[in-house]
Design a protein around this ligand. Structure first.
Ligand SMILES: Nc1ncnc2c1ncn2[C@@H]1O[C@H](COP(=O)(O)OP(=O)(O)OP(=O)(O)O)[C@@H](O)[C@H]1O
Ligand SMILES: [Mg+2]
Length: 654
């Protein structure tokens, strides 16, 4: 019995042991299957750096479908090294956890079995036995490659935005600024910390705020975006910056608008160029119009002036009607001056270009001004070095300076200082880039500065337009500066103006400097017109002008053969070939132009003397290749004295 009892106790404890063993085994299998089933790679490493366990995910990561390598060291497997890590050279979590006996978490780059680089977040924790002895490290890795790539994308986008030269700014639904890049800081001067959370309205001029915000928000709410919207923004220093904007509405997943973002580009430079171009185009158009009218008007004036002067010549000294003729002459001369001004502005005036000393012109102007500017204005003149010369029509440049000085005088009703300064100036590439005009080279720079009322920007923009004046009716015609502009253009020069309200005005004129020559130009003498008895062929299609020319010439003893167009001229010449001493040919005539007539006649009489006339400038005619340089030319309206002088000179030429 006792023995039987002992046996059954033994069996019982054996059975219990088996059960416990079984339970333990089951538990181990259970734990192993948990570890095996964890979707993230789990590795156990002993204190000798040997990998003692790899779960399925870890094996898959390291070996793919190939069987795992037996006896593997972590340094070889993870870092491709031959000896264990020293913890400094590589931020190795195994080594750190080993040394510190504390759990650590690092993000590491690892190469997968197929060579692909993955980012793993590895948590390495020390593994302790029940008795508290250190057993090694257990590591769980999480593949965060997708997060990392997204993060990198965001970072690179952020750095693009940050370094963008354009200003990027976004606002919340209340209109408060919620992002601001470096471009915005550069453009408008506010640092991000100064502007975050502030209303966008503070950057928009007060009068525009409501309408602009309403308009833009409406566009964004309905269309989601817009581009190319032009507006202005106020910089921190108060400057108004013209901008071009592109904006989008930012939506959340539910397609609800949560904020608005805009990119602004500073278009100051473009605006400046556009304005310059517009100004140039406007001046060109006005010039053409003015020139066109003046040209036709000249033909009419020629007739009025010519007949009135014939009338005057024929009248007796004491004729009571003489005063009327004189009135006609004065008025027509005024009208002729006006057309001359318009022609000057439209660059259709004939220039008498010579090498002139800038200082001579300034000195002549000084003498004139001293008499006219009044006592309360102090005149200062500063001359250039003595050999500074320009190729210019000195009469025209004097006119320029007189116009500028008259304006300066008018701008200083209570007196002030008027300074005229001439100097040599070199325009280099950098000046030219700054002003966006000009050819590099040596220039004579004449500045005319006053300490008067100055101008606001609106006035300054328009001063060169013909008939623009701020002076009262009857006080200014508004032609002064347009003449200045035309003359300077025709001299291949440049003019610009610096002016602030109440701060005075400075005009700067650049004329191309020429090599100095020692010989001074002689002034031509004025001689009284002489007549003659020769026969002259006058070919002119404008009946008024033809009639006038004929009358003037006949008045002074010449015989005139008339022709109304090119073919008529050739016919008339052939009929009178032996008696004709001189041809006066209008350049532009119907049927055959003046030059064609000239060429045909040259075949018959190669030594025939000829004077061409035209209402267009020599420049234009030469440019169009109608007339060759060196031929005689008179520009309409032709004064009788001028005509007679030229005719005599030509006939007398050997
Ligand atoms: N030095 C200056 N200071 C201030 N304003 C000026 C000056 N020069 C020109 N202006 C402005 O430019 C305008 C145009 O000048 P411009 O010489 O063309 O015509 P005007 O002087 O008004 O008339 P006009 O010269 O035909 O008698 C002037 O009316 C004036 O407003
Ligand atoms: Mg003026």
């Amino acid at each position: 019995m006792a023995q039987g009892q002992r046996i059954s106790e033994l069996e019982l404890s054996e059975a219990r042991l088996k059960e416990t063993e079984k339970a333990l085994k089951e538990r181990q299998v259970f734990i192993e299957s948990i570890i095996e089933g964890i979707a993230e790679p789990v590795t156990v490493i002993n204190s000798n750096c040997e990998i003692t366990l790899l779960n399925k995910a870890a094996r898959q990561f390291l070996f793919g479908d190939a069987p795992p390598v037996k006896s593997l060291f972590c340094y070889a497997c993870h870092h491709g090294k031959e000896t264990r890590c020293d913890g400094i050279e590589i931020d190795c979590p195994t080594q750190i956890a080993c040394e510190s006996r504390q759990p650590v978490r690092v993000v590491h780059e690892h190469f997968r079995f197929d060579g692909e680089k993955r980012f793993l977040e590895i948590t390495s924790s020390p593994l302790w036995s029940k008795e508290g002895t250190f057993q090694g490290i257990i590591e769980i890795a999480r593949d965060i490659t997708a997060n990392k790539q997204a993060e990198e994308k965001i970072n690179s986008l952020a750095s693009i935005i940050e370094t963008l030269p354009d200003a990027l700014c976004s606002i919340d639904l209340e209109g408060n600024i919620i992002s601001w890049n470096e471009g915005a800081e550069q453009m408008l001067g506010y640092k991000i910390e100064e502007i975050m959370g502030k209303p966008i309205a503070m950057l928009i001029p007060e009068e525009l705020v409501q309408s602009e915000l309403d308009h833009c928000i409406n566009l964004l709410n309905t269309g989601g975006s817009f581009t190319g919207y032009e507006s202005v923004r106020i910089a921190k220093n108060g400057k108004i910056v013209p901008v071009e904007m592109t904006a989008v509405a930012i939506k959340d997943r539910q397609q609800k608008i949560v904020s608005y973002a805009s990119i602004m580009r500073d278009i100051s430079e473009r605006k400046k160029l556009e304005e310059q171009l517009l100004h140039a185009q406007k001046m060109e158009a006005v010039g053409q119009l003015a020139g066109g009218i003046a040209h036709d008007f000249n033909n009419i004036l020629s007739a009025i002036l010519g007949y009135a002067s014939i009338l005057q010549m024929k009248m007796k000294e004491d004729d009571p009607l003489r005063i009327n003729v004189e009135q006609i002459l004065t008025s027509s001369e005024n009208a002729a001056n006006l057309t001359k001004s318009l022609l000057t502005f439209s660059r259709k005036q004939v220039m008498n270009l010579r090498n002139v000393h800038i200082n001579d012109i300034i000195m002549r102007i000084e003498t004139l001004l001293l008499r006219t500017i009044g006592e309360d204005i102090e005149l200062k003149t500063i001359l250039a070095d003595t050999d500074l010369m320009v190729m210019a029509d000195s009469g025209q440049i004097e006119l320029v300076l007189m116009n500028l000085c008259t304006n300066a005088r008018d701008a200083m009703p209570n007196g002030g200082i008027l300074t005229i300064k001439a100097e040599r100036a070199a325009l280099g590439e950098e000046n030219i880039r700054a002003y966006s005009y000009g050819k590099p080279g040596d220039y004579a720079l004449i500045s005319v500065a006053d300490t008067g009322l100055g101008m606001d920007e609106k006035t300054r923009e328009r001063i060169f337009e013909p008939f623009f004046t701020t002076k009262g009716i009857g006080k200014g015609t508004g032609l002064g500066l347009s003449i200045v502009y035309g003359i300077i253009e025709q001299h291949d020069g440049y003019i610009n103006v610096y002016s602030e309200e109440r701060e005075g005005t400075t005009f700067k004129i650049y004329l191309p400097a020429v090599e100095s020559v020692s010989e001074r130009t002689r002034q031509s003498e004025i001689t009284a017109p002489k007549g003659g008895a020769e026969t002259i062929l006058v070919a002119e299609d404008d009946a008024g002008v033809r009639e006038l020319t004929k009358n003037v010439l006949e008045e002074f003893g010449y015989t005139v053969v008339e022709a109304v167009d090119g073919e008529d001229a050739i016919k008339a010449f052939i009929e009178n070939r032996d008696s004709i001493s001189l041809l006066i040919l209008d350049v532009l005539m119907p049927k055959k132009n003046g030059v064609e007539v000239y060429e045909e006649i040259m075949k018959i009489r190669p030594e025939m003397k000829t004077i061409f006339t035209s209402g267009y400038t020599k420049d234009l005619i030469f440019k169009k290749g109608i007339l060759e340089e060196g031929l005689n030319f008179l520009m309409k309206p032709i004064l009788p004295t001028e005509l007679l002088k030229k005719v005599r000179e030509e006939i007398d030429k050997k």
